[in-house]
Design a protein around this ligand. Sequence first.
Ligand SMILES: Cc1cc2nc3c(=O)[nH]c(=O)nc-3n(C[C@H](O)[C@H](O)[C@H](O)COP(=O)(O)OP(=O)(O)OC[C@H]3O[C@@H](n4cnc5c(N)ncnc54)[C@H](O)[C@@H]3O)c2cc1C
Length: 1003
Amino acid sequence: MATTPELARLHRAPEPAVLSPLLDAAALSPETLARVRTRARALIAHLRAAEASGWVNAFLREYQLGTQEGIALLGLAEAFLRVPDPHTADLLIRDKIGSADWRAHAGASNSALVNSATWGLVLTRALVAEPEKPGILKQLVSRAGEPFVRAGVGAAMRRMGEVFVMGRTIPEALAFMRGEPGFTASFDMLGEGACTRPDADRYMASYTDAVRRVGEGGAKTGHSVSVKLSALHPRYETAQADACVPELSARLIELARGAAAAGIGLTVDAEESERLEMSLDIIAAAARDPATRGWDGLGMAVQAYSKRARAAIAWADALGAETGRRISVRLVKGAYWDSEIKRTQVEGLANYPLFTRKAATDVSYLACARDMLAARNLFPAFASHNAMTVATILEWAGDNRDFEFQRLHGMGAGLYEALVREQGYRCRIYAPVGGHRDLLAYLVRRLLENGANSSFVHQLADASLSEDDLLADPVALVRAVGGTRHPSIPLPADLFAPERANSAGLDLSDARVLAETAAALAPSALRAPPPGGEEKTTPPPLGEVARSAGGGVAAVATAAANARPWDAPVQTRAAAIARWGDMLESHRLELMSLVVHEARKTIPDALGEVREAVDFCRYYAARALIDFEPQRLPGPTGETNELRLAPRGLVACISPWNFPLAIFTGQIAAALAAGNAVLAKPAPQTPRIAARAVELAYEAGVPRAALHLLPGGPDVGHAVVGHPKVMLVAFTGSTATARAIARTLLEDDTRPLVPVIAETGGLNAMLVDSTALPEQVVHDVITSAFRSAGQRCSALRLLLLQEDIAERTLEMLKGAMDTLVPGDPADPATDVGPVIDAAAYDRLMAYRGSVRARWVHTLAVPPAPAHLVPPTVIRLDRAEDLRQEWFGPLLHVATFRAGDLEACVARVNASGYGLTMGLHSRVAATADAVSATAHAGNLYINRSMIGAVVGSQPFGGEGLSGTGPKAGGPRYLPRFAVERTVSIDTTSAGGNASLLSIDAGGI
Ligand SMILES: Cc1cc2nc3c(=O)[nH]c(=O)nc-3n(C[C@H](O)[C@H](O)[C@H](O)COP(=O)(O)OP(=O)(O)OC[C@H]3O[C@@H](n4cnc5c(N)ncnc54)[C@H](O)[C@@H]3O)c2cc1C
């Protein structure tokens, strides 16, 4: 990896420490600042003059992202052009336009065009909005009007796209540029994030063509091409770096040779932060290619919002020196800020890879710009639409003209015209080229950028901001807050503060962390089977606790006899359970290793498992303090009424092998936090993980008498459930076993009625309508159906696609499946590991074989490790044809007609299962309808269906899928307790003292 120690050090360092040297580099003296402001004022005047004529800017100004109408339009722009069928297109229009208050904007804009568009929206709303009591006339107008409305909206969306896209083809874009004398362009073929190899090949072909066509004009045009590496490989990920970095290097080298031969530039765009180091390796490979020696056209973008920006520039300068070329560096602020913040939070990482205040990014940009102007081996390109940023660079550059500015097509018009045409500065326009199909992701980024109130182009139009606000010195702004993180963006560890600490993640997208983690988990316990023989596993030794627990049915009676409810104040119990969580976290690698080798989970799955266990402990510890606080209840004067929770006594916790640490720990932590004693029976496949968790519980302060580990098979489970002292059973597993447990509990007539908390399986469906983004759907289907080898109770079993998009989605799904890596779970590159054991394998393979004629797609898997079930998609005629849960990487698919989505939900409900359900739709009314009617414990909209987070997504099903209450939710703990009400007549001692001493009530 291209990592320098500096890049590594800065990656997630605290913001003040990163900013401190940047502030010094970016600071301006008062005199310089005054000159910069004067220049910036002039630039602002040019910008304003030009923007007055841009209808899209005026439009975005009127419909800001902070308003309901702005969000409605963004939603329409994001989805409308990909919807193939009129029914769903009309639904989407009604949904977005019908729900907002366009009238409030009537006549409000300075632009006549925007005002007439507003009237169009008012009229459209009147046509499409669902009338409360539909009149015949209105219905008629509405019906007749729909095709016109659809055509009008389509045209408007295309026009909006055209503002940001220079042409559908390179010749069109080149023709456009002929009307921009003095400016050069960098053409970018729209499309990014290839999901499949054919997509990546298609993008490679279009980039190759772009280089050829732009090159035909020769070096004298000064034009160049920009390329997104994520378009050129379907698995541009750290875990796949061994495969994707060499392939991408080869592709970039091929494009670079073409560009060098034609004498044009080729710049690599900057994408998500986790790809930075891989991109540096790929760029370095291209820079070291002897075939292009002497060509100075290789370039790269650097994002100033990244804490590593300055180090990346130093790296590029060093690469230039090493390879004897001048590397072109395009400095941008960065386009993925919001998604980077979210991902860091989701993954529970130590700190953000980027700044959290806009002014900090500006400071970083200026410090980087200063370095670039001084660097010997770089050609600086400054991409910004911010007048202050540009004015500062002009100030620093002085008479130097050996650099260029850059702006995006459709933005910042006016900023550079005078600089280029009157003062001889250079400016390049970033020129996206392509059809509507590939436009949407790019369009949304531009609309967000124009609409975000932190953005300069947006602020320019905001009448409430003065010119002084626009010309604020970012160095002063950052210094005023000591360079600290934005107060509304907590560190991931503090997401649930003050209630509890969030579990810590591991940055597996950091090559060093991934390598260290994989090394700590090696050597793999899964070995190749001897020829013709069964695989031998060498799991780690059984822990002390498991051995001393003995085993078998005989141990149950002894454990039950020795079990003592945890008779300590709730504060003591909660502290010990929270400490247990901390200990699980501090033994994370050891536990992950156990999970990988004993439960055969992949490294990311094992990490998720430990995090969930930690979260359960901390969450139930915090909830216990709340739930076990006695509640005063209202009543007549002269008495007190109090509701209290008390432990049930002895609780049986029976957990499955598919979450051998998380569910095992969660059940026990809840039971113990409530003050019970526990008989814990882990799955027979995963006793070692359970034993280690119990050892850590004892070390954390859980009394041995309160927690008894009883490893074993169904006979032990039966004995545990059948023990007369057991007062509650918490069970996760199959519906059949849950039934057997319920029956056992009723066998002995002398026993009290013992409740069961059951979490069982499901026939989990995902419904996808034609507004969904296919790339996102495919990504989420792969994650939900095939990750963890499909062995999660929440996993997707049945994909229901609207007919109009089914074939295209399935084509993409097949391509994405082809990029999956089945293999040894201890190998970081593995996506799909083996299923749990031979019995599961045989069952799944027999079923899969029996439906061979219905296979839509399957994968070849390597011979080792054993028990790899090939991920397979199986076509069904109807949703109802899936009658049984197949607990592995087997996905069923069926289709439904446009307009039948809600009926489909009813058919899925009819299965009687109700665990998870997924929906991909951009129509809010569809999402509302599904959430109102779905019989599913967990409904996931526009995301994957797995990975419920404790405290955020309480988990558990209904119907055949379980009893509730939900694990990781606020109602779970009370089920482990009995409720007791205590009423005291306070007058019985002789009188109602409190009533008699009542105050005068203000008289
Ligand atoms: C020619 C060109 C090429 C580009 N290529 C790329 C590329 O390869 N990769 C890429 O990612 N982007 C690229 N961009 C997009 C670019 O990142 C945005 O256009 C740019 O961030 C806008 O900056 P500005 O100076 O014009 O506006 P400003 O309004 O001054 O800055 C807006 C930027 O500030 C940052 N920001 C906003 N809020 C915060 C916050 N709270 N904390 C920290 N930072 C914040 C974000 O980066 C945001 O985009 C390119 C832009 C141009 C002009």
